[in-house]
Design a protein around this ligand. Structure first.
Ligand code: HEC
Ligand code: HEC
Ligand code: HEC
Ligand code: HEC
Ligand code: HEC
Length: 477
């Protein structure tokens, strides 16, 4: 169920331009208001000036209302949105660091990736992108780029310009009309248009699928969803990330049974990660004597996400399974995962000696930079559920825009289980009694070596406990 990594022919070229920029024809493309308001995907629709790309510099900041203007009536929704990453997509520390210290300098150095200087903001600071403010001021300047994915960004999206949804190929028509989904809502402040597009996963996919200047899909959350059981069952992103609850959508609005909660929480919420994947471990035999070969199988299930775990920014996430045995006297042994032998497996087993991310040195012009620990602080021999991203020279990278190819996809697919085996020869001095074996699943949003090198605040990469399970074997005297 791997998402398509490449699109054929003209469409690929056009999509890549959408992010890579620099196409002279683009300047002549019509502003998005003149583009067809395609509410449903139509692959045959005219592709001129693909979506967000054509929109660069076609609007003014003033065309979009501030979230504060909506907050006076939509109180709860506004408070929820303030706490979601959506409103922090331009301001939070790691975003600022990666954009200003890696992407912008790289864009200045390498024409191949020059388009990211503007393109990152098509999703992270859409109104700055629309206003042609490239690069936008740093967050500390307090400019309107800081609004990130604001109310008026989403509620003025009328459709998209192509299929699939990718690289901010939404069409934005700001103004008095707010796009909603109900059809019976009336507001003293704005007009409302019922737009079925907002109910689709493809709406979210306009920013949650990304194809980079190399043509590689470096984010495929909506494509993963579509290929998986939730996509097939029609359970959309909104159902999990904006679930309905009884209440009022606006201070002056009626009581409704199903007001969409603007929670949008994901990997930044330890509570969302807790239990998101389940772990069970069992031994092959219940009793053992010193010197016996012990074998354990751990089963890991992506029980709750509608896409892979990790999804989205998979280049920087690490999800790993750690297994330890402890005897009745408290002596413990770490069990490395047994190899399965699939191609590319080496990237899924933690190796403290492996170096990667050398492109950071190229981008920052560091001489003698050997790279950083590929797996950060993940203990040696632990299984890592990940999708490795490689630069043109085949080195692992966290720079998704600098990714020329992807490795073996060893992430957790929705509603699927994966088995990992562990072997231990029971040491001669293992104490008689119960031997407890614990499998623990950990998640970190950014590989720690990169985080430390780039001075990313600790809370952005601190390991989060996802789940854990224990089993026992009786050690006979
Ligand atoms: C003066 C009060 C007021 C302000 C300010 C206001 N709204 Fe509304 N809005 C309402 C009311 C009332 C409704 C109807 C609620 C209902 O029927 O449940 C509404 C409904 C909506 C809907 C739902 C439409 C649907 O059919 O699902 C959206 C979307 C919306 N507003 C967006 C915005 C945005 C974006 C802003 C800021 C740019 C904003 N509103 C500012 C009062 C306001
Ligand atoms: C069945 C419920 C469900 C559906 C459907 C679903 N999600 Fe999620 N999503 C989750 C859960 C649970 C998590 C937390 C686990 C994680 O971070 O991977 C999550 C995490 C995320 C994350 C953070 C991923 C990461 O690893 O950084 C993003 C982004 C996201 N979802 C977007 C979407 C989009 C876009 C869609 C629709 C295409 C969608 N989700 C559909 C449940 C769902
Ligand atoms: C990432 C895009 C996004 C952002 C940001 C966003 N919304 Fe929404 N909003 C939606 C979608 C999608 C729906 C409709 C969900 C559905 O019906 O399936 C919605 C629904 C609504 C509704 C109708 C709720 C209901 O069920 O009656 C209101 C009102 C609203 N949004 C206001 C706001 C305000 C105010 C903000 C900013 C504080 C905001 N939205 C930010 C995407 C967004
Ligand atoms: C205009 C672009 C845009 C649209 C449309 C959009 N998103 Fe996002 N979303 C983002 C960006 C950018 C981030 C990353 C914020 C960050 O971490 O910097 C994000 C982050 C998220 C997260 C991750 C939060 C976390 O804790 O890691 C979830 C969940 C999410 N979006 C769900 C949705 C859903 C559901 C929809 C559709 C209803 C949607 N998004 C539509 C741009 C968008
Ligand atoms: C097509 C839309 C899109 C483009 C273009 C884009 N991003 Fe993102 N970015 C997202 C979304 C959506 C997420 C959230 C995914 C998730 O939670 O896993 C995200 C997440 C991130 C994160 C991780 C935030 C965190 O704390 O986990 C960083 C950093 C980031 N983007 C930087 C960039 C940079 C730098 C660029 C340009 C080179 C860029 N993005 C281009 C949509 C985009």
């Amino acid at each position: 169920m791997t998402a398509p990594r490449r699109l054929a022919g003209a469409r690929l070229a056009a999509l890549v331009l959408a992010l890579a920029g620099a196409a002279p024809a683009r300047a002549a493309a019509p502003p998005p208001a003149a583009a067809p308001a395609a509410a449903s995907p139509d692959p045959a629709a005219p592709r001129a000036g693909l979506g967000g790309d054509a929109a660069l510099g076609t609007r003014k900041y003033a065309d979009y209302e501030k979230p504060a203007a909506c907050a006076s009536c939509h109180v709860d929704i506004a408070r929820q949105h303030e706490q979601a990453m959506m409103s922090q997509s331009y301001t939070h520390a790691w975003d600022e660091i990666e954009y200003f210290e890696l992407a912008v300098p790289h864009a200045a150095k390498n024409p191949k990736v020059a388009g990211v200087k503007a393109g990152c903001n098509g999703c992270h600071a859409p109104i700055a992108f629309l206003a042609g403010d490239v690069p936008p001021p740093r967050p500390e300047k307090g400019s309107r780029a800081n609004e990130g994915v604001s109310c008026d960004v989403c509620h003025t999206i009328v459709g998209r310009t192509g299929d699939p949804s990718v690289n901010f190929n939404w069409i934005s028509e700001p103004g008095r009309v707010k796009q909603g989904t109900r059809g019976d809502a009336t507001s003293p402040y704005h007009t409302v248009k019922a737009n079925p597009f907002l109910k689709t996963a493809e709406f979210c996919g306009t920013c949650h699928n990304e194809q980079n200047p190399w043509g590689v899909f470096v984010k495929s959350t909506q494509l993963e969803w579509k290929a998986g059981p939730h996509g097939k069952a029609g359970i959309v992103c909104q159902d999990c990330h904006m679930p309905p609850a009884p209440g009022r959508a606006a201070r002056q609005g009626p009581e409704r049974l199903d007001v969409r909660q603007h929670l949008f929480h994901g990997a930044h919420d330890p509570g969302k990660l807790a239990g998101v994947a389940e772990v069970r471990i069992h031994p092959e035999a219940r009793e053992a004597e010193p010197g016996d070969p012990l074998r354990f199988t751990a089963t890991v299930v992506n029980a709750k996400a509608g896409h892979k775990i990790p999804s989205g920014s998979a280049e920087e996430r690490v999800l790993w399974l750690h297994v330890e045995a402890k005897d009745s006297k408290g002596r413990s042994w770490h069990l490395p995962v047994s190899r399965k032998g699939f191609p590319g497996e080496a990237f899924t087993i933690s190796d403290p000696a492996a170096l990667a991310y050398q492109d950071i040195g190229d981008i920052q012009g560091l001489t003698g930079f050997k790279g950083l620990a590929r797996d950060g602080a993940v203990p040696a021999g632990d299984r890592i559920f990940r999708l490795p991203y490689f630069d043109e020279q085949g080195r692992m990278t966290i720079a998704q825009w600098n990714t020329a190819s992807l490795g073996t996809d060893y992430r957790l697919a929705p509603l699927s289980a994966v088995n990992e085996t562990y072997a231990l020869t029971l040491p001669d001095d293992a104490a008689p009694g119960p031997l407890t074996v614990t499998a623990t699943l950990w998640y970190s949003r950014l590989v720690s070596s990169v985080a430390e090198f780039m001075k990313v605040p600790a809370e952005e990469y601190a390991p989060v406990l996802v789940n854990s399970h224990q089993t026992t074997v009786t050690v006979l005297p």
